[in-house]
Write a protein that binds this ligand. Structure first.
Ligand code: MN
Length: 388
């Protein structure tokens, strides 16, 4: 049995109210009910219809709730039996404030650089000096399981014709998301060592991407409508406390870092999170988060280096997780190498990009504190036809 657990929001047919639950293996614990009876002093943190109050409660409250649930799971399991929920619907777990997406995998950035800017250095000159990112659209972060309508937009054909229509290169990006709990003040950067004071935990992210729209629109200001139509997140937020055994050193840095990003003398925040990407039930990739060049702590330090403040519910994602191997790439544009090398699926069909009706499931595991594997759950989504 794993001692790690995660937090989410659920409802049941018998009781459609949204409430906070704990995922522990196969079980969901009705946390609000359990706390009301077994640890009433924690009630204010988990009583609402989302994780918002828990996120805002801060690191001391996070530790108290985590220790309480861990003790139930390890030494007094019979006490929580009455609060186990057999089957439930899962919902968007928190109110997303701002959404930022990074580009922290050297392999992904190199692969995309080769495809989007052939003949030039695949990594831009800034890449190893700062975690590159952009501001995304918080309002279109959606719950796992929600259908994604194929976006339409402007694209330019290879012959130079400019048209408007449904994306023909609809893609996925397997990413890790960091969920901010504690806000920070405007004008006050958050240093590397303050990461655990502000970030509550992580979730899985599928940053759906329309490559044809993206390729035409992104110069010179970066991603826009090719990204903003939908971003799916997993229902379970795994607290940093559950990832203590997954911390690893990030890859060696090949360029010296400015002091605010230099993590050589701090405890490492690389994470040995192992992703699996399934397309219509078939595993197409196993991206390793441990190979990410930039850590979540560095992303947060950079995100606030100019004094930009944090709000409870801010979500920042890592960017596509891609490893060295051809079977470790976290997007279809890499797996099919720009559409030139179609993937074969067991039903005999092939894919370069997503077809209507396709379902993508991204799941992940990580080493748990007790030596077993902790599941980070999954983020699921399927493609609906473009609006007429
Ligand atoms: Mn992305």
């Amino acid at each position: 049995m794993t001692t790690g657990h995660a937090y989410g929001v659920f409802s049941t047919p018998a009781d459609p109210r949204k409430r906070v639950g704990v995922s522990a293996g196969e079980n969901i614990i009705d946390l609000a009910s359990a706390v009301r009876n077994l640890a009433p002093e924690l009630t204010p943190h988990v009583a609402g219809p989302s994780l918002d109050a828990l996120l805002a409660a801060g690191p001391q409250a996070w530790a108290e709730v985590y220790a309480t649930v861990t003790s139930w799971l390890t030494s007094s399991r019979d006490r929580i039996e009455p609060y186990l929920v057999p089957s439930a619907s899962l919902h968007l777990p928190f109110s997303v404030a701002d959404y930022v997406d990074f580009y922290a995998s050297e392999q992904h950035a190199t692969n995309l650089g080769r495809m989007f800017r052939p003949g030039q250095d695949p990594l831009t000159p800034n890449w190893k000096h700062l975690p590159i990112g952009y501001h995304g659209r918080a309002g279109t972060v959606i719950a796992s399981g929600t259908g994604v309508v194929r976006p339409s937009g402007q694209r330019r054909s290879p012959s130079g014709e400019i048209t408007f229509g449904p994306s023909q290169r609809l893609d996925i990006e397997a990413e890790l998301g960091f969920v901010v709990g504690m806000p920070s003040a405007l004008g006050q950067p958050v240093g590397l060592e303050e990461f655990e004071q502000h970030v509550f935990g992580v979730c899985l992210v599928n940053d759906w991407s329309a490559r044809d729209i993206q390729a035409w629109e992104y110069v010179p200001l970066g991603p826009f409508l090719g990204k903003s139509f939908a971003t799916s997140i997993s229902p379970w937020v795994v607290p940093l406390a559950a990832l203590s055994a997954a911390r690893v050193s990030p890859p060696p840095r090949t360029e010296p870092l400015l002091p605010y990003l230099d993590d050589e003398k701090t405890a490492p925040w690389g994470l040995d999170v192992r992703f699996e990407v399934r397309l219509n039930g078939h595993v197409v990739s196993r991206p390793p988060f441990a190979s990410m060049y930039w850590t979540g702590a560095q992303m947060l330090a950079h995100l606030t280096a100019n004094g930009a403040s944090l709000r409870t519910g801010d979500l920042y994602a890592s960017g596509t997780v891609s490893g060295e191997g051809a079977d470790q790439r976290g997007s279809l544009i890499e797996l099919s190498w720009g559409g030139q090398e179609p993937l074969s699926l067991p039903d005999g069909s092939t894919r370069t990009f997503l077809s209507d009706g396709d379902e993508v499931v991204i799941s992940a595991t990580a080493p748990a504190p007790d030596g077993t594997l902790l599941t980070l759950g999954e983020v699921r989504g399927h493609i609906l036809p473009a609006s007429p």
